[in-house]
Design a binder for this molecule. Sequence first.
Ligand SMILES: Cc1ncc(COP(=O)(O)O)c(C=O)c1O
Length: 422
Amino acid sequence: MRQSLSELGERIAQGSGILELMDDLGKALSGHLPVRAMMGGGNPARVPAAEAVWRRRMEEILADGDAFERMVGIYDTPQGQPAFIRAVAGFVRRRYGWEVTPDHIAVTNGSQHGFFCLFNLLAGAQSGGALRRILLPLAPEYIGYADQGLHPDHFRSLRPTLEILPDRQFKYHVDFSRLDLGPEVAAVCVSRPTNPTGNVLSDGEVARLMEATRAADIPLLIDNAYGAPFPHILFRDIEPDWDEHVVLGLSLSKLGLPTTRTGIFIGPPALMKALSGLNAVMSLANGNLGQTLVAPLLEDGSLERLSREAVAPFYRERSERARAWFLAAFADLPQVRMHVCEGAMFHWYWFEGLPITSRDLYERLKRRGVLVVPGEYFFYGLEEDWPHRHECIRVNYAMDSGTVREGIAVIAEEVARAYGAG
Ligand SMILES: Cc1ncc(COP(=O)(O)O)c(C=O)c1O
């Protein structure tokens, strides 16, 4: 049989950053790739206090009449479980005072799925024939969006400004002088905290983005997969904000529930209705497990407490530990810096002037059994050439201490060799 794929099919079959990353991750975790240090993926760590809560909730469900049978045996509406949606709306109204009703909410099978739907509902070919794009105001941005546009030219991203900080740190900022929300921009999207860098856009930066998108009459998508109010893997204080043109993406994954595939979106009712409609086309309905597990914890406020008191400190401690190992391992290479880690589960290393690309470095590290993610994947949509995009890698700092320490030592050896210093 002659296999013929569509333009989209060819693009996806050709391979993508996320595919390669998930493939390496899957092979490493299933023992099919010899690995000393798996620091590539975004699998959340196991946080004992959170795991105890999920186990307790499961026991409660099993002990509660036919709650289990209803959970696994009944399709819900494509918008999500009505009781869960009421719990989410009630929680954000009480917690933040936002005027959120159930019509402002849509649940999806993971927030990844939800972002795919939103990007394609908003951008791409418009009914009049024009092309509109998603603007990412701060590259580098989450690799998982890169191939989500059905149009090959779905994203534009902007080069940030770069601030050098003490103690071998640096930080990206949105370069507002480059922000131009002309008619070709369908929506603006940021992850906060940012995957891959651990950057957290300041409240001031978010306020300016909210203002600019309001003036341009387009949605601002804020991806809180690591942020507030849960899982709250945040190491600086922020005040989340929302308005009728803002879409807030939340996820249960980084609380330790990635396989429940539960994404939650809070946004304008018309857009949430379109999202639920596309969800029905693609999935009929959502998995019920995550929603059933956490609904009571939203009602009594304990989900945010668990995030702040157990999940956040766990990651903060691991981040600080890995940063100390980074400083020790790279003591002799002053041109190497780390992005200030304000949240999420990654460290972002910058090897200024590295004579090889981060893709080459990735291959060298993989041969030594250390998996990281080469930085160039995160700069999609950036039109200008910027050598910086080949000089960074993302490492997951949250694995067990032996893994992370050994992984950092191997990275430092290979980087020293590449600079010709080792
Ligand atoms: C920034 C960001 N957004 C969204 C997702 C998707 O997560 P999920 O589909 O598990 O909710 C991830 C996963 O790693 C992420 O890092």
